[in-house]
Each structure stands twice: as structure tokens, then as C-alpha cells.
Ligand binder design. Structure first.
Ligand code: DGL
Length: 262
């Protein structure tokens, strides 16, 4: 496919390992309401963050092929883990399609006035790969970063029961040691904004940041530069798809979409 064949009317493909990217989608729809969207959650294979990078790359490539088969005009990887593993490879493999990724919002956590202590929550894969390590390294002279791996958390959020005592316990075990000892928290996985209020309860009243806003602005910028913004003047459509392919799963996506606060 050549870039000339990308049409303004075509959908934007957005994907994540599961439900996490639904929040990113909602912010994108708020910014670009007249676009059409296909959201794909790979819930059958979630979590990505505890697999090997090779496994994640294989899964992500399948998702991208699936989206391309539906003629999407751009792809947003609404997943930090998939971006860390696959964004560069995908851009080389599919050079004609704009591919926008995400990274933990470390830059937003750094202050010009003081040396912040920044707690970074993300998946084990994200925190171990060079992309994250290089980002942290670039900012290390201006802040102290405390990366905290959260294995199990994305999988638990996939269940969409966000009130369970087990979920609170999982977060307490990871975060309580840092209460009163950090200046802000970065949610470096798109699943985690769904437990933002629980994180705040445990860690205390500090800014809790994520990369969603910057990412959706980047999508708008790229589409505008490439002349690919949809000119239609009515609200676009959203098609939810899941590798689990059950009505129940799609209802979870829709419910979390409604619940997510922009
Ligand atoms: N939502 C994904 C992210 O932003 C990861 C969740 C998972 O482990 O599948 O990193």
C-alpha cells in the first residue's frame, strides 16, 4: 500500500493488549470527534507486559495486519509495552502508514525548579527495554526515578472489577513503601489510569501523570501534517473489536469507555 492510497475518510486504528487503550481512545475521540475509529483489544493474549519481547512483537504484528486489512489510515499503539517492543520495527515494516506510539510520561514529571522524586509504574517489559532505560537516562540529571514493576496489575484490571479488595492489596504492596516519599507518579501503562483513584488513596495527594494527552495531540499533529484529517462535519463511528470476540468482552470495553474520565 502506498501513502497515496490512504484516504481521509478511513478509520484510525487504535490497539492495546486489552482494555487499557480504551481510555486513550476516549481522549482521542474528544480531540478528533469527527474521525472514524476501530479499537482492537488483544484481551485473549493480555498481558503483554509479562511476555518475552519476541512474543509481544509477534502478537502486535498480527494486530497491525488485522487493522491494515481494514484500510486504516493511521495506527495508534495505545500501549506502552507494545510501543517499547515493536514501534520501530513496525515503522520499518509498514513505512507508508503513520504509526504513533506511547511512552511513560517522564518528561512531564521533571521540574525546572526542583529535583523531583518520580515513581514510575509500568510493566516489567516496558521497564527493562532500552527505550525506557534511554529515556530515564536522558533525564536522570534532573530527577530521581524510581521504576516500580507491577506484574499482575494489567491482568487484574482486564477483569474490569475495579473495587476488589485484592486489587487494593496488590497496589498497597507495590506503593505503600513510597507514600510521602515521592513528588509525583507516572502511570506508564495504559491500563493503570483505571486505578488512578486507588493509587492516589495509597500514595497520597501528589500529581499522577500519564502520557495520554501528549499522545493524542501527536496523532492530531501527524494526521494534519499528512493531510489525513477527516473533513466530515458529523461525529464519526467507533467499532470495538477484541481477540476474545465475545459480546461480554466488548461490553467491558464499552463500559470502561463510558467510565473513563477525560
Ligand atoms: N496497556 C499496556 C501498556 O500500556 C500493557 C498491559 C499489558 O501488560 O498487557 O503497557
Amino acid at each position: 500500500m502506498s501513502e497515496q492510497m490512504l484516504k481521509k475518510e478511513n478509520s484510525i486504528g487504535v490497539f492495546d493488549s486489552g482494555v487499557g487503550g480504551v481510555g486513550v481512545l476516549k481522549e482521542l475521540v474528544q480531540l478528533l470527534p469527527n474521525e472514524n475509529y476501530i479499537y482492537f483489544g488483544d484481551s485473549l493474549h493480555a498481558p503483554y507486559g509479562e511476555k518475552t519481547p519476541e512474543q509481544v512483537l509477534g502478537l502486535v504484528d498480527d494486530v497491525v495486519k488485522h487493522l491494515l486489512s481494514q484500510n486504516v489510515k493511521a495506527i495508534l499503539i495505545a500501549c506502552n509495552t507494545a510501543t517499547s517492543v515493536a514501534a520501530e520495527t513496525l515503522r520499518r515494516r509498514y513505512p507508508d502508514i503513520p504509526i504513533i506510539g506511547m511512552e511513560p510520561a517522564l518528561k512531564c514529571a521533571v521540574s525546572a525548579e526542583r529535583r523531583n522524586r518520580v515513581l514510575v509504574m509500568a510493566t516489567p517489559v516496558t521497564l527493562h527495554l532500552d527505550k525506557y532505560l534511554a529515556l530515564q537516562h536522558r533525564l536522570e540529571d534532573r530527577a530521581d526515578f524510581i521504576p516500580v514493576e507491577c506484574p499482575g496489575l494489567a491482568k487484574r484490571i482486564e477483569e474490569a472489577n475495579l473495587d476488589g479488595e485484592d486489587l487494593k492489596e496488590m497496589l498497597r504492596a507495590r506503593l505503600l513503601p513510597y507514600r510521602g516519599r515521592v513528588d509525583n507518579v507516572v502511570l506508564g501503562c495504559t491500563h493503570y489510569p483505571f486505578v488512578r483513584s486507588l493509587v492516589r488513596e495509597i500514595i497520597g495527594d501528589v500529581p499522577i501523570l500519564d502520557g495520554t494527552h501528549g499522545t493524542v495531540l501527536q496523532v492530531a499533529r501527524v494526521l494534519s501534517e499528512k493531510g489525513l484529517l477527516n473533513p466530515q462535519e458529523k461525529p464519526g463511528t467507533i467499532l470495538f473489536e477484541s481477540s476474545k470476540a465475545t459480546a461480554e468482552e466488548l461490553n467491558i470495553y464499552r463500559a470502561l469507555y463510558d467510565l473513563y474520565e477525560v
